[in-house]
Design a protein around this ligand. Structure first.
Ligand code: PGA
Length: 289
């Protein structure tokens, strides 16, 4: 029996062929824009460990009027924990939603020095939480089993999860990027039911594109997003997969957002560096104008 989240082998073969084709100088083609209206794009800014409380509030307040007319997408920002409540309070009634950047792997309060539980993020005003960012995996030793516990804790607390997956440059060079992503999905989501998965957003963030200035090409991003959606279709249902929002992250800027969003399976972006300034993040949010 095919394992959970295992990509079908014919898709793997096609991926390999496509990857080779993408490396050649052959003209690159992508499918036309067919973003399903049912999947409202999410444009999320991850502020990482930047900004004081004052800077965070100031950036949020500058952003508010700049994205006030953005009805085509959900706008989300993820400030540092200490600024979360102040930012959320100042954005109340606006169209900007708040995400935590991580949460504890347990849902209940308790003796866990240094941790912040998902319900505490909610209490502070968050409706989303980013889980399994590659910086957590790389620099804080987060493994798939821990990530799965965090996903479960977040869902139990009523948060929506943005689960990050993505391969390293070395893994892409070895041609195992699809297997790596499949294994991260299996590891992070394997135990969940179809109804839990309604509150999951997947963010494909190739590590080699994060903070490097070299984004994945729209073709590379679309290819992986398409494979992720197929895996959900096989595991859950076509309808469930149709609803799943899959974000791309890694060096998204105002000048590449439009081409990235043209991929039919690209349902938004997770932005790091370019989300730190209200003006540059607003340009990304308002990419359609
Ligand atoms: P970047 O970061 O936009 O600075 O590449 C993306 C991320 O880490 O989510």
């Amino acid at each position: 029996m095919r394992g959970l989240w295992q990509f079908p082998t014919n898709l793997l073969a096609r991926n390999r062929e496509r990857s080779e084709a993408l490396d050649s100088s052959a003209p690159k083609t992508i499918r036309p824009i067919t973003n399903t209206p049912m999947r409202k794009p999410v444009i999320a800014g991850n502020w990482k460990m930047y900004k004081t409380v004052g800077d965070s509030v100031a950036t949020a307040l500058s952003l508010k009027p700049l994205v006030a007319n953005a009805n085509h997408c959900e706008v989300v920002i993820a400030p540092v924990f200490t600024a979360l409540k102040s930012v959320a309070d100042r954005l109340e009634g606006s169209n900007i939603k708040i995400a935590g950047q991580d949460c504890a792997p347990v849902a209940e309060e308790g003796a866990q020095t240094g941790e912040v539980a998902a319900f505490q993020l909610r209490d502070a005003g968050a409706t989303y939480v980013i889980i399994g960012h590659s910086e957590r995996r790389q620099f804080h030793g987060e493994t798939d089993p821990v990530i799965r516990q965090k996903v479960e804790a977040a869902l139990a607390s009523g948060l929506q999860v943005i689960l990050c997956v993505g391969e390293s440059l070395e893994q892409r060079h070895r041609g195992i990027e699809v297997q790596v992503v499949a294994s991260q999905l299996r590891g992070g989501l394997g135990g969940l039911t179809a109804s839990d998965l309604d509150r999951i957003i997947v963010a494909y963030e190739p590590i080699w594109a994060i903070g490097t200035g070299t984004a994945a090409t729209p073709e590379q991003a679309q290819e992986m997003h398409g494979l992720i959606r197929r895996a959900f279709a096989e595991k859950i249902s076509e309808a469930g997969a149709d609803q799943l929002r899959i974000l791309y992250g890694g060096s998204v800027k105002a000048d590449n957002i439009k081409s990235l969003m043209s991929g039919p399976d690209i349902d938004g972006v997770l932005v790091g560096g370019a989300s730190l300034s209200a003006e540059s993040f607003a340009q990304i949010v308002n990419y359609k104008e």
